[in-house]
Design a protein around this ligand. Structure first.
Ligand code: SF4
Length: 316
């Protein structure tokens, strides 16, 4: 419901937004960058405003303009991914914290294919704290680094039992004390299991905010602070989903699909990837490319939007 409202708001905001006054002085270098992609790219967003003008090159972008552009990108992405959600399957905070720890150095898909067996055998922190490590290692093998991950999840389960009465704490300062849990994991848990705003600075988030020149910082904590300052706190969790979803589906590390990107008119890095719309379309992933997503049990909104569940482990 909140999303529907915010999408509506975004749509009307878009209408109200004045057509950019064309950054006249900059158009020579920039025009080449913008003329082609945006028209086609925006065509796929239902009801999206047609591409307007190129964004100011960030070198001379004022703070106010940056805030406005950043928020506009987030609003556009909210329209592209109205069903964005954490891509780890979980039923409770315990499952989410364990799944997030397991997601280091592997895909959410692989974690989602692995956790059903883990949680079937060890449904509570007490069960996992008392587990035989070798049996857990066997289950976690497909996620890579399975010995270290086994140690972490058993260790964090013990800490939950001994220090927090078997419950996942809902405070950042407690969460980061758990073995294997850093700020990134803590924010995922706070944002998605406790409804507390948090910015998740993963590899996609770092890459995209740099491409958009929201910040020049490279340290994740500094990125978190710099980007957090551009948005109201209440936007942080959804913003993280939007950015990460865009990084996974369209703005890839090696070949961003610029020619199929709905925010091309707002992106200073347009042209870093494939600009031909047809070729760019072939680079789209997950539901944007008509493929299964990462969750075996995605939310209904995702299925309603044509998304497909991921296959279980070994199903191909
Ligand atoms: S780099 Fe390309 S794909 Fe990424 S946001 Fe910019 S225009 Fe879109």
């Amino acid at each position: 419901m909140k999303k529907a409202a915010s999408v509506k708001k975004a749509a009307s905001a878009k209408k109200a937004a004045p057509a950019k006054k064309a950054a006249p002085a900059r158009k020579a270098p920039a025009a080449k960058k913008v003329t082609v992609a945006p028209q086609k790219a925006t065509a796929r967003v239902k009801g999206a405003a047609p591409a307007k003008a190129v964004v100011h090159p960030p070198g001379d972008e004022s703070r106010t303009a940056l805030v406005r552009r950043a928020r506009r990108i987030n609003r556009e992405l909210a329209e592209v991914y109205p069903y964005a959600h954490p891509e780890l399957d979980f039923d409770n905070p315990f499952q989410l914290v364990v799944a997030t720890v397991l997601s280091a150095q592997t895909t959410d898909l692989r974690v989602n294919q692995t956790t059903p067996a883990l949680f079937a055998k060890y449904p509570t922190p007490e069960d996992l704290a008392a587990a035989n490590p070798e049996e857990v290692e066997e289950i976690l093998r497909p996620t890579g680094f399975f010995r270290a991950k086994t140690k972490s999840v058993i260790g964090l389960s013990k800490a939950l039992v001994e220090e927090f009465g078997g419950e996942v704490p809902g405070r950042l300062e407690d969460l980061v004390k758990l073995p294997g849990v850093g700020r990134k994991t803590a924010f995922v848990v706070l944002g998605n299991a406790f409804g507390r705003p948090g910015i998740t600075v993963d590899t996609h988030f770092q890459r995209l905010v740099r491409r958009w020149q929201w910040t020049a910082e490279t340290d994740p904590d500094k990125i978190e602070a710099a980007v957090g300052a551009l948005f109201p706190k209440s936007d942080w969790t959804d913003l993280s989903h939007h950015v990460i979803w865009h990084g996974r589906r369209i703005c890839h590390a090696r070949k961003p699909a610029c020619g199929a990107c709905p925010i091309a008119p707002l992106c200073p890095a347009y042209g870093e990837g494939e600009t031909d719309p047809e070729k760019a379309k072939k680079l789209l992933k997950y539901e944007k490319g008509g493929f299964p997503g990462q969750r075996l049990r995605p939310p209904q909104a995702y299925l309603d939007a044509g998304g497909k569940p991921a296959p279980p482990l070994g199903a191909g």
